[in-house]
Each structure stands twice: as C-alpha cells, then as structure tokens.
Design a protein around this ligand. Structure first.
Ligand code: PXG
Length: 291
C-alpha cells in the first residue's frame, strides 16, 4: 500500500513528512480547532455544516482563518481523492501555529492547517447490533461560561478524563453531566433518550457540542413523524428510559443498553433506535458533497 497523503499548510505530503513544530501552540496549549468529518459512498457528509462549525469556533477563539470556506472544502475533497477515500473519516485541524513559549497568540503569525483522510472505528462493530454499556463519569462537562463545549477545540482533556473513567470501568463510553448534574453528552457523542414514543435530547445551553449527527437525527426523526424535544433531564430519566442512543460522526447512531449497571428497559436495541440507525445510514449514503 502506498503511503497516506496528508494536506499540510498548502501542500500534499506523504505521512512520514507530515510533521509540525514542537513550538506549535496547538501542541503546546491545545490552541486550535478541529472537525471530524465522515465520507460515505464517495461523498463528504454535511461538508458545509462542518466547515461552518469550524469557522464559528475559529471566530470565538479569534483565530484568523488562512483559507476561505471554499478553499477548505477543496482541501477536504482533494485529500479524499489523493487517498482514494470512498468511505472514511477526515480530520481537519487548524492550530494557532508556531510561536514562542508564551501562551499569547500574538507571537503566532501563521495558523497551521492540516487534513488527514483515513478510517475510524471507535466502538466494537458487534455493539451496533447488541447496544453497549456505558457509565456516568465523575468528571463533569466543562461549563459553557468557562470553555464552551460548543467550541470544538484541540483541548479535549475534559473529555479524555471522562474517557479514562470509561476505560477503567471496562466500557466504551462515558456519559457526562454538567455542573448542575443535568445530563450533557458523552465524551465524543450526543445523547438521546426515548420515553413513551417521544425522543428527548439535551438542549445546547446545558453545555454540549452542537453535534452535526445530532441535528441530522433530529431532522430525520421529525420527518419520520416522531416528536423530538430538546429538554433538560437527569440520570433518573436516563435509567428509566425506554431506549437510549448516542450520535456522533465517529459513532453514527448506537444504542446504549445499560448505564451505571442499570439495564435500559429489557437490555436490547429498541425499535425506534433501530429505525433511526437504519434511516441515518441510508441518508448518509445518499447525501453529501461529491468527492
Ligand atoms: N460531543 C462531543 C464532545 C464530540 O466530540 C460529538 C458530540 C458529536 O458531534 P458530531 O458533530 O460529530 O455529530 C462529538 C464529536 C472520537 C471522536 O474519536 C469523537 C468526535 C470527533 C472526533 C473523534 O471519539 N466527536
């Protein structure tokens, strides 16, 4: 197999040459933003939405983008093309760039931009059939008034600390509550509960990433005739749900069948979750920017 080709600062280079400086503030301080994007069936899924979210995050952290939105889209397409991606996972990263050892971005004249197109598998494939167990992390999700989880930044320690708790418990994912004990999201996925045929998901203001898979699933569910309500809820509502599922670019739609060892309903993948999983996969294969 030939070497993976990486976009790095205006050039397409082999993986072995795709390196950044130890003085890059993305590395020194987590100062930067990123997107994880999926390609399905030769199309980049929700390309505009991902590029828009990247630009919003950049605006919030006052990182001046070195490329236009169209140029970023072209980078996404070309990186896929050069790696023969039909179905895959794309990581687009913009860091503050190389500076000195101080935290101030003023010494970073030029952002670093790179794009990697490959594959991702975050959960064991059989768990898409069986559902998966999760735990609630002791680690609370960042408060929106401190570092807003809507910023998809390179600083993922909050999520990583929760993921370590999941690893220690021997489960693939951890549910995170906000500072007030309201259910927020998982370390890399948004969360949905279903009760008496109605689908609930936490609103953005509780402190979550405005997930693109989340928004797609909300739209699809409404088109299918389900009521979807964005509402604050607690672990009580999670433990007593009829069904529970997670959404994310990497995860897609995946059922959760136990939380903190409380079995959700009868412990199998519920019928609405199953329908959402199928609807999402069909929609993802049929929509997106042609590579
Ligand atoms: N919440 C958080 C904290 C995320 O990081 C999502 C929700 C889902 O959002 P989208 O837009 O993807 O539907 C994410 C995204 C990984 C991994 O390896 C996870 C994400 C991104 C990249 C890698 O677990 N999650």
């Amino acid at each position: 197999m030939s070497e993976q080709i990486i976009y790095l600062n205006g050039e397409y280079v082999p993986k072995s040459q795709a390196t950044v400086s130890v003085f890059d503030h993305g590395l020194l301080y987590g100062d930067g933003v990123f997107e994880g994007i999926r390609a399905y069936n030769g199309r980049i899924f929700k390309c505009d939405e991902h590029v828009d979210r990247l630009f919003d995050a950049a605006r919030v952290i006052m990182l001046e983008m070195p490329l236009t939105k169209d140029e970023f889209k072209e980078v996404l397409v070309q990186t896929c093309k050069k790696n023969n991606i039909v179905d895959g996972y794309i990581r687009l990263v913009v860091t503050r760039g190389t500076g000195d050892l101080g935290i101030s971005p003023t010494k970073c004249p030029k952002p670093t931009v790179f794009c990697i197109a490959g594959t991702i598998n975050i959960y064991p494939p059989e768990m898409y059939e069986t559902g998966m167990p999760i735990i609630t992390a002791a680690q609370r999700r960042n408060k929106a008034t401190i570092v807003d989880p809507q910023i998809k930044s390179l600083n993922y320690l909050n999520n990583i600390l929760a993921k370590i708790e999941a690893n220690q418990a021997g489960v693939p994912e951890a549910l995170m509550l906000n500072h007030d004990g309201i259910v927020a999201e998982c370390t890399g996925d948004n969360v949905f509960v279903i009760k008496k045929g109605i689908i609930y998901t936490p609103p953005i203001h509780v402190g979550i990433l405005d997930g693109i898979t989340r928004n797609t699933v909300i739209e699809l569910a409404r088109e299918m005739g389900y009521t979807v309500i964005e509402r604050e809820f607690t672990l009580f509502n999670v433990y007593t749900a009829d069904e529970l599922f997670l959404t994310g670019t990497a995860a897609e739609v995946i059922a959760v069948t136990s939380v903190d060892e409380r079995i959700i309903n009868d412990g199998t993948v519920g019928p609405i979750t199953q329908k959402m999983l199928v609807a999402f996969q069909k929609y993802a294969r049929e929509n997106g920017l042609q590579i």
